[in-house]
Design a protein around this ligand. Structure first.
Ligand code: VG1
Ligand code: CO
Length: 566
């Protein structure tokens, strides 16, 4: 007979923390901050209250340090707060897209994800908690604002005694009798393997047999070689299952596939700076045709072609948009596309050619949720290595890989050929992002205040500046607001945009995913209908110079160089 332990609800007094304000994607702080007395308990209690006391949840995360403790804390608080059923991922390993998949598949009320995504992990690094709603997507600002409001005055939370300690290492169902002194209810915990459900979803979208035979079948003259770097994040088991077990790629195609609590001491951020091993592997072995790297929680993906040919995420989105109607899952009811404001508008050109609408949102996946739910869009993405579609409500790194493999299979071209052909047809949006990490919070504020002042007095509009032999004229400067066409909500001050008469654009905004200080992001773009083969640094050099001059970035930060260029 299964033992069904009895637990009792207890009320605990606590003191509020004033800093529990979710950023672009959840609450991210140093592990030590989450380890403070009741810090995690308070945040989970506030989240459950703000979310309207969900009854069914999925819980898991990117496997980083402190995840298991946080999952257990969450289980105890959920049991005491009226949750009936909690699905927990095996070993706590749940990619962000797989969480979205499970919420939608089982019709759950929401999900609690232990992730700080691309931020480093380990005892002295970052931890994070994010709430997803019943559509499978990140909670909208209406909920995240409520979480911080509740957290700022919270003086009690509810938990159970004796405390539950979950064994996450095997598939299991556990039922607990929860008493509050008067009544009794059941709380069940189901440990599941998310791989099965996610794989099934991928099979609904993609023709596995076709991709398998085109890329890994015997008819191919030279075997297709790829290298997929999981960066010791959550994606190892997912990539191995789908790419190796299902599609038949050689086992060596997937590397760094064991999830580690500290991502092996590295920064699980898939870009040219933080994934140098993959880049040099492709550069030194021209026979590897395709490369990809994921971030810690598996929603971001960097795509590389032969010899390390780099595909900007803005171009990757545009190429996927160009081919999406060749995939039956999408072609029958193709809707529009969407991109975050800082993302270069390459996808807009594809939409125009296909007669589809494009929506420009604020930064952060939560802004795509309504558009996807109302079927306004089929595909969306951000310049920060995230793309996704109507199949889920999160960006999805492995889906991005599958899209590219599908495009390679149907075109019989490599990544570089596909992208160059795209530029030849549509022109090229040269794009670079400069990140200035670890600035002081005041430095970031002073820069944004200065830009805000320029918006107020508008004196730079019409100003001309000679760079080399080209004269640039500022056409407009503003701070982007996103108006949600579905619920009418407005997200203000989402990034300062400076447009030039000749079409160039510079954007500055502060990151909302850091755990301390400030990261300033500068985004520079310029379109060329012709001259599509060129070095972005050279092409964008005048735009970057103007942007840095107008913003006085060096004066405010003392930085002459960014920490990361993507
Ligand atoms: C960054 C990216 C943004 C992305 C967010 C969450 O936000 O710019 O596009 O949605 O990270 O991605 P910010 O505010 O730091 O610029 V993830 O993969 O870290 O959840
Ligand atoms: Co992520």
């Amino acid at each position: 007979m299964i033992h069904q332990p009895s637990v009792e609800i207890v009320r605990m007094s606590t003191s509020p923390y004033k800093d529990q304000k979710p950023g672009t994607s959840g609450l991210r702080k140093k592990v030590k901050v989450f380890q403070q007395d009741n810090y995690t308990e308070n945040f989970i209690q506030s989240t459950l209250l703000a979310a309207g006391n969900p009854k069914t949840l999925v819980v898991g995360g990117d496997g980083r340090y402190f995840s298991k403790e946080a999952i257990n804390i969450t289980a105890n608080i959920c049991a005491a707060n009226g949750v009936d059923k909690m699905f927990v991922a095996l070993d706590g390993i749940l990619s962000t897209p797989a969480a979205s998949c499970l919420i939608r598949k089982f019709g759950l009320d929401g999900g609690i994800l232990m992730t700080a995504s691309h931020n480093p992990g380990g005892p002295s690094e970052d931890f994070g908690i994010k709430y997803n709603s019943n559509n499978g997507g990140p909670a909208p600002p209406s909920i995240t604002d409520k979480i911080s409001t509740i957290a700022s005055t919270l003086d009690e939370y509810y938990t159970i005694k004796p405390a539950i300690k979950l064994d996450l290492s095997c598939l299991d169902i556990k039922e607990f009798k929860v008493h509050d002194g008067i009544t009794m209810r059941w709380f069940s915990v189901v440990i599941i393997n998310p791989l099965d459900y996610y794989t099934q979803l991928m099979k609904e979208i993609f023709d596995f047999d076709m991709i398998k035979s085109q890329l890994f079948g015997k008819s191919r003259v030279t075997p297709f070689r790829m290298s997929i770097d999981c960066m010791h994040g959550v994606m190892g088991p997912f990539a191995r299952r789908i790419l190796v077990d299902e599609l038949g790629a050689p086992a060596s195609s997937v590397v760094n596939d064991i999830p580690k609590e500290d991502f092996s001491g590295k920064h699980p951020d898939p870009n040219l700076t933080y994934a140098p091993d993959l880049v040099s592997k492709l550069r030194s072995d021209p026979h590897i045709e395709f490369g990809a790297a994921f971030d810690g929680d598996g929603d971001r993906c960097m795509v590389l072609g032969p010899s390390g040919f780099f595909v900007t995420p803005s171009d990757s989105l545009a190429v996927m948009a160009n081919f999406i109607d060749q995939i039956p899952y999408y072609s029958s009811n193709l809707a529009g596309f969407s991109r975050s404001m800082p993302t270069a508008p390459a996808v807009d050109r594809v939409a125009a050619a296909k007669g589809l609408k494009v929506y420009e949102t604020a930064t952060g996946w939560k802004f795509f949720g309504n558009l996807l739910d109302q079927a306004f869009i089929s595909l969306c993405g951000e310049e920060s290595f995230g793309a996704g579609s109507s199949h889920l409500r999160e960006k999805d790194g492995l889906w991005t890989v599958m899209m590219w493999l599908n495009i390679i299979a149907i075109t019989e071209c490599n990544v570089k050929q596909i992208v160059i052909k795209h530029w030849t047809q549509y022109g090229r949006d040269y794009f670079l992002r400069y990140d200035y990490e670890n600035c002081d919070a005041e430095q970031g504020e002073r820069l944004m205040d200065h830009l805000q002042q320029l918006i107020k007095d508008q004196s730079i509009v019409g100003k001309r500046c000679l760079c080399g032999d080209v004269e640039y004229e500022v056409e407009s400067i503003d701070n982007f607001s996103y108006y949600d066409p579905i619920d009418g909500s407005v997200a203000k001050d989402q990034g300062v945009r400076i447009f030039f008469k000749t079409g160039e654009r510079v954007v500055f905004r502060l990151s909302g995913t850091g755990s301390s200080g400030a990261t300033i992001r500068g985004y520079f773009s310029s379109y060329r209908a012709e001259h599509v083969i060129g070095d972005p640094e050279k092409v964008l050099s005048p735009v970057i110079k103007m942007g840095l001059k107008i913003s006085k970035l060096e004066e405010f930060t003392g930085r002459s160089k960014p920490t990361v260029i993507t």
